[in-house]
Design a protein around this ligand. Structure first.
Ligand SMILES: NC(=O)c1ccc[n+]([C@@H]2O[C@H](COP(=O)([O-])OP(=O)(O)OC[C@H]3O[C@@H](n4cnc5c(N)ncnc54)[C@H](O)[C@@H]3O)[C@@H](O)[C@H]2O)c1
Length: 512
C-alpha cells in the first residue's frame, strides 16, 4: 500500500505538472497576442479536464489513506511462485507466522515514517535544554550520547544539582551495564555545560524546553528564549498535550518552533513525536527530523491537537476503560484482559506509573471547553482527592506496600462501588472478550479520527506510535494493522463504546 500511495502521489504530481504547463502556455499565448476567445475557451475546457482529473486523483488518494492498513505488500504471504507459474518449493512451506508479518509491516512503516520535507535542515552545533527534571535530564543525555555539546539551564541551583546528578547517574548506569566504557561516559559528561542563567543559551542552535506542563510557564519561557537565542535557532517544546501553536505565537517566531515529544525515559525510548505547528517552517521540521534520526530515535510527524497522536488515542482508550469500571469491571480485570491481549501493561497499571495527577490536570484544563452533557468518569477524581496519585504515593488504582509489586486494594473496590451506586447503575460482569473488544474498538476509532483530522500523515504512523510508545503488542503490528483482520470485533466494540459513552461520541470512518 505504501508503494501504491507513492504511485498515486506520482500521478497526482504529474497532473499537477500538466496543469502548470497549461497555465504557462496560456501566458505565452497572451504575451504573443495569440489568444482569441475561442482559444481561451479551448484552454479553459482543457484546464477543467485537468482539474477534474486532479480532484478524482485526490479522492482516490483519500480513499487509500483511509483504507491504508494493512498493506498488501506487507501482508503478502509466502511462498513466491517461480517463473512459469510452478512453485519451486517441492516441500510444502508453512505460512510465515502472523507475528513475522506484523513485525515486517512495522519495519516498513518505520522506513515510511518521518520523511523530511523538501528542505535542508539547519546547521546544528550546540543544543540547549531548559529544565533538567525527569525529561530534561533524559533529553540532555540523548544529545550528549549523539556527540552534541549540551547546555542545560535550570531555575535554581538546587534543581540544577539534582538535574546534573540525574544525567551523571544515567552515564554511571551505562558504564555499569557495559553499554559505555568509563572514558566514553566521561567524554559525554565533559560536553555538558550547566547553569541557571538563560543567557548561556545564546549560542545554541536548538533549544528544547522540558519545564513544567503549564501553558503560562511555557509561554513566558518561550517568549524570553526568543529574545536570547540567536536568529535561525530552533525552539522545541517537549509538551505532552499543550497547544503548540499557542506556544509558537508566544515566542513571536513561530517558524522556528516545533514539538519534540520524547517519551519517558527519553534516553531509552526510541519513539519521538515531531509536532508540526501551523507555522512551523519546513527547514525547522527538517532539522527536527534530522536530529531525531541522528540521535537514533524513531521520529513520527504529528499535527497539533490535544495529546498529538499517542496521548490522544491512549486517553480515549483509558476513558473507555474507566467507563467499564463504572459498569462493574474491576481495574485488575481490565488490566488482565488487556495484558492477555498482549499489552505490556494494562491501562491502570500504566496510570499508576505515570501518575494520576497528570490526568487530573489535563481533565481540569479541558473542563473549560467540555460540553457538560459529555459523560466523564468519576472514580479517578475520588482517588485523586484521597491522595492516591499512583506508585509515587504508594497507592493509586492499586496499592504498593513497601514500594513493592502492585496489589489489588479493597479500598479501591469500595470507591468504585460507591460511584457505581451513585450513578444508579446495576453492576455486571464484563468478560475479557468484551473488555478487549471495547478497548480496541475505541483505540481504532480514535486512530481513524486522528487520521481523518490530519494529525497523522499515514495510518502506519499511528501503529508505530502505539507499538513503540504505549505498549501495544508489536506482534500484532499496531491497532490499525490488527483491525484489518478483526473487522466485526472492531465494529461491535465501537458500537458498544458509543452506547456507553452517549452524548458527544464521535465516530471515525472505518475503511470497510
Ligand atoms: N514525565 C513524563 O513521562 C513526560 C513524558 C513526555 C513529556 N513530558 C513533558 O516534559 C515536560 C517536563 O516534564 P517532567 O516530567 O520532566 O517534569 P519535572 O517536574 O520532572 O521537571 C521539570 C523541570 O523544569 C524545571 N523548570 C521549571 N520552570 C523552569 C524555568 N522557567 N527555567 C528552567 N527550569 C525550569 C523545574 O525545576 C524541574 O526540574 C512537561 O512538559 C511534560 O508534559 C513528560
Amino acid at each position: 500500500m505504501i508503494r501504491q500511495d507513492r504511485e498515486l502521489l506520482a500521478r497526482l504530481s504529474s497532473v499537477n505538472t500538466r496543469l502548470g504547463e497549461a497555465v504557462v502556455e496560456l501566458l505565452h499565448r497572451q504575451d504573443g497576442g495569440l489568444l482569441p476567445a475561442e482559444g481561451l475557451r479551448a484552454l479553459g475546457h482543457h484546464l477543467q479536464g485537468i482539474t477534474a482529473d486532479l480532484l478524482n486523483r485526490a479522492d482516490e488518494l483519500d480513499a487509500v489513506v483511509i483504507d491504508r492498513p494493512p498493506s498488501r505488500e506487507v501482508t503478502s504471504r509466502w511462498p513466491p511462485t517461480a517463473t512459469g507459474g510452478e512453485s519451486m518449493n517441492t516441500v510444502p512451506t508453512s505460512p510465515e507466522p502472523d507475528d513475522e508479518l506484523a513485525l515486517r509491516y512495522l519495519r516498513q512503516a518505520e522506513s515510511a515514517a518521518g520523511t523530511a520535507p523538501d528542505a535542508e535542515p539547519r546547521d546544528v552545533g550546540r543544543i540547549g535544554v531548559v529544565g533538567a527534571g525527569t525529561m530534561g535530564a533524559g533529553i540532555a543525555t540523548v544529545f550528549l550520547q549523539a556527540g552534541f555539546p549540551v547546555t542545560v539551564v535550570e531555575q535554581s541551583v538546587e534543581a540544577l544539582e539534582r538535574g546534573v546528578e540525574r544525567i551523571s547517574a544515567i552515564q554511571d548506569k551505562a558504564v555499569a551495564r557495559g553499554k559505555a566504557d568509563r572514558a566514553e561516559a566521561d567524554r559525554r559528561l565533559a560536553a555538558l555545560t550547566a547553569g541557571t542563567d538563560q543567557a548561556s543559551l545564546g549560542d545554541c542552535d536548538v533549544v528544547v524546553e522540558a519545564v513544567f506542563e503549564d501553558m503560562e510557564v511555557k509561554k513566558a519561557l518561550l517568549s524570553r528564549l526568543a529574545t536570547i537565542v540567536k536568529p535561525g535557532a530552533v525552539l522545541a517544546s517537549n509538551t505532552s498535550y499543550l497547544d503548540l501553536d499557542e506556544l509558537a505565537e508566544a515566542s513571536g517566531r513561530p517558524r522556528d518552533v516545533v514539538g519534540l515529544h520524547f517519551f519517558s525515559p527519553a534516553h531509552v525510548m526510541r519513539l519521538l513525536e515531531v509536532v508540526r505547528g501551523a507555522k512551523t517552517g519546513e527547514d525547522t521540521l527538517a532539522t527536527a527530523l534530522w536530529l531525531g534520526r541522528k540521535t537514533g530515535k524513531l521520529p513520527v510527524v504529528a499535527g497539533v491537537c490535544d495529546g498529538f497522536i499517542g496521548n490522544r488515542v491512549y486517553n480515549a482508550y483509558r476513558v473507555q476503560c474507566e467507563f467499564m469500571v463504572e459498569e462493574g469491571a474491576l481495574p485488575e480485570e481490565i488490566d488482565a484482559a488487556l495484558e492477555g491481549f498482549g499489552f505490556a501493561m494494562g491501562p491502570f497499571t500504566v496510570w499508576d506509573m505515570s501518575g494520576l495527577d497528570i490526568a487530573k490536570a489535563t481533565r481540569q484544563r479541558q473542563a473549560a471547553t467540555r460540553d457538560p452533557r459529555e459523560r466523564m468518569p468519576k472514580v479517578l477524581d475520588v482517588l485523586y482527592e484521597r491522595g492516591r496519585l499512583g506508585r509515587k504515593t504508594g497507592a493509586g488504582w492499586y496499592a504498593y506496600p513497601d514500594d513493592g509489586e502492585r496489589q489489588v486494594d479493597p479500598a479501591v473496590h469500595e470507591v468504585i462501588r460507591a460511584v457505581v451506586e451513585r450513578n444508579g447503575v446495576e453492576p455486571r460482569t464484563l468478560s475479557p472478550d468484551e473488555i478487549v473488544r471495547r478497548a480496541l474498538g475505541v483505540i481504532v476509532n480514535e486512530a481513524m479520527l486522528v487520521l481523518a483530522d490530519g494529525i497523522a500523515e499515514r495510518a502506519s504512523d499511528i501503529d508505530l506510535v502505539l507499538a513503540n510508545g504505549y505498549g501495544f503488542p508489536k506482534k500484532r503490528g499496531g491497532p490499525l494493522f490488527w483491525a484489518h483482520d478483526h473487522r466485526d470485533q472492531v465494529t461491535t466494540g465501537i458500537d458498544e463504546a458509543e452506547r456507553a459513552t452517549g452524548f458527544g461520541f464521535r465516530r471515525g470512518r472505518l475503511p470497510w
